[in-house]
Design a protein around this ligand. Structure first.
Ligand SMILES: Nc1ncnc2c1ncn2[C@@H]1O[C@H](COP(=O)(O)OP(=O)(O)OP(=O)(O)O)[C@@H](O)[C@H]1O
Ligand code: NI
Length: 322
């Protein structure tokens, strides 16, 4: 299967005033493949959105990014982490990698209707559309209706302003924008937040449909059931580090990292046994395994960060795996 994005040893730190350093992502490695969906799961604040921001050059100036993230698609090869901003803006974002952002309304311009967002995006992405002749305006408008329809956005929603949209409609609008340029890679950051259960399922099924058409999708979610529903592979993140990766069936049925096992045990259907304690602050991570203080299997060796060990495509970074 074609690897479209190959991320190796990606780390992100934020330098704050008074010498504090927030380690938001530590040594993350994973691949996004054509026709595959990778789910990235983990608790709030563990670094998922920062990781996505790093891939698209969307982090603020105080972020220090290390590692490599090679995008190799039909257009060519580029390291996303070192590509200059004009390249990211003009060639990558929206064209080769689409982003469904975590907070849709924050990404929409309040004074523009959904139709205007779509026609302007389409005009930038496909320069033959949308020049100010009547025929081209009509073409842009048709393309906007089409882009909306693709994600179940009714034509009646196109003339609404962002504040007039329900959570579900706003989510659809940003998804339509993310797909307008037909990117091969899609990064979906909690695309079902705020949606009721049927709409969440529909959104997930739409994402899966894109995967089946050959796109590579990174699905960020808190929801293990959402991951199980559409992902092929899963990466579990804890306190800035990916601690377990593998085929979704294997990881969710035979978790090896005690944190993954803890997440599963905390599900209501498994008896709702929450993991005791809280994750560490990312500005004061321990030197060793960050899960050690909450881990029932921990031993002396856990004072060192564990290296990832692999067992046929199932990776686990733990000294004492289950
Ligand atoms: N600009 C910044 N400066 C300093 N710290 C930041 C900055 N942006 C994010 N962080 C910190 O990085 C960490 C990871 O944040 P991130 O948004 O990636 O979490 P997340 O896993 O996406 O959480 P959620 O599930 O709530 O969306 C958090 O501790 C956050 O406070
Ligand atoms: Ni996030």
């Amino acid at each position: 299967m074609t690897v479209l994005v190959d991320v190796r040893d990606l780390s992100v730190r934020f330098r704050l005033p008074r010498g504090t350093t927030v380690r938001a992502v530590s040594g993350a490695s994973f691949q996004l493949r054509a026709g595959r969906c990778l789910a990235l799961v983990g608790e709030s604040g563990c670094g998922k959105s920062v990781l996505v921001g790093a891939l698209l050059g969307l982090l603020p100036g105080n972020a220090e990014v290390a590692g490599t993230a090679a995008l190799t698609d039909g257009v060519g090869r580029v390291d996303l982490l070192t590509a200059p901003e004009p390249v990211l803006a003009r060639q990558i974002r929206g064209r080769r990698i689409g982003l469904v952002p975590q907070s849709p309304t924050a990404h929409l311009t309040p004074v523009h209707t959904v139709r205007r967002h779509l026609t302007e995006t389409l005009a930038t992405l496909r320069p033959t559309i949308g020049r100010p002749t009547r025929r081209r305006r009509r073409a842009a408008d048709l393309a906007a209706v089409e882009a909306g329809a693709r994600v179940g956005l009714p034509a009646s929603a196109l003339d609404h302003y962002p504040h007039e949209l329900s959570g579900g409609m706003a989510q659809r609008a940003v998804t339509a924008l993310a797909l307008a340029g037909d990117p091969e890679v899609l990064l979906a950051d909690e695309p079902t937040t705020g949606l009721d259960a049927p709409l969440a399922r529909r959104t997930l099924d739409e994402l899966r449909h894109l995967v089946d058409l050959g796109h590579a999708v990174l699905l960020i979610t808190h929801d293990l059931d959402a991951a199980a529903r559409i992902a092929d592979d899963i990466a579990v993140m804890y306190a800035s580090r990916i601690v377990e990766t593998g085929p979704v069936e294997t990881v969710l049925h035979r978790p090896r990292h005690p944190y993954t096992a803890g997440l599963l045990a905390a599900l209501p259907r498994n008896g709702f046994h929450p993991i005791p304690g809280l994750p560490p602050q990312l500005d004061s991570l321990p030197d060793g395994c960050a899960f050690e203080p909450r881990c029932q299997r921990a031993g002396a060796e856990c004072a060192q960060v564990p290296l990832a060990a692999t067992d046929g495509g199932h990776l686990v970074a733990c000294h004492r795996p289950c």
